[in-house]
Design a binder for this molecule. Sequence first.
Ligand code: PEP
Ligand code: MN
Length: 261
Amino acid sequence: MDILSVENWDLGLEMPLYIAGPCSVETPGQLDQTVAALVNEGVKVIRGGVWKPRTRPNSFEGVGSKALPWIKEVKDKYKVKFAIEVASPIHVEEALKFGIDIFWIGARSTVNPFTVQEIANSLKGIDIPVLIKNPVNADLALWIGALERFHHAGIKKLGAIHRGFSNFNDKTYRNSPMWQIPLGLKTYFPEIPLLNDPSHICGRRDLIPQIAQTALDLNFDGLMIESHIDPDNAWSDAAQQLIPLDLGQLLRTLKTRKVDV
Ligand code: PEP
Ligand code: MN
């Protein structure tokens, strides 16, 4: 099957797509307060990590399955959609029991074709949007390959997230944007819904507006941004999360008009 025959990429979600929420779901209270504040800022799709593949051992690896009923509760209470990362077929199975709306594949999973294939197989016949983050390393083919594996497994609602690339020499960004790579993806799949994740590119909150605006200027289709009710005390990625008020302010000031190219 030739993925290039896919003409109508459709995530089944409103575009531009703005997803915001904490790096990690920590406690029922943190989740409820963060979602309430984000809904107040007009956010309709929430993100939150449940299982967190961390680079180093002995870091917080997510609260796991016990977060799923908390998520179900905020979904019902605030009428929001909820996106989480899945990194194994077991995660998929567990998450589907609690009506999770959107899955994303993390940068540390996209690098591994066997992992990608296993997750894709576990989603066969399931109609759920899946967003694939770029691999941690600057390898466009690996990113394309992951999208192809999901497409070949029959998953129709596919999109991509640009979260930057690991780079030993970059002192400014946590992950270098290397814009030519997501733009290369757009050249290969012109219609693919492509989001930008400025949080994991920047690693610090002050740089986020500039990267988010650059993405929109480059015709990205949306953003995924980390936001936490109390970022300084977050259990993961404290330096890059925005308070919901600042997130709302950012979304209001970004210029979203698409430029014809
Ligand atoms: C995340 O979204 O919190 C995350 C771990 O992202 P990435 O896979 O891009 O590192
Ligand atoms: Mn994070």
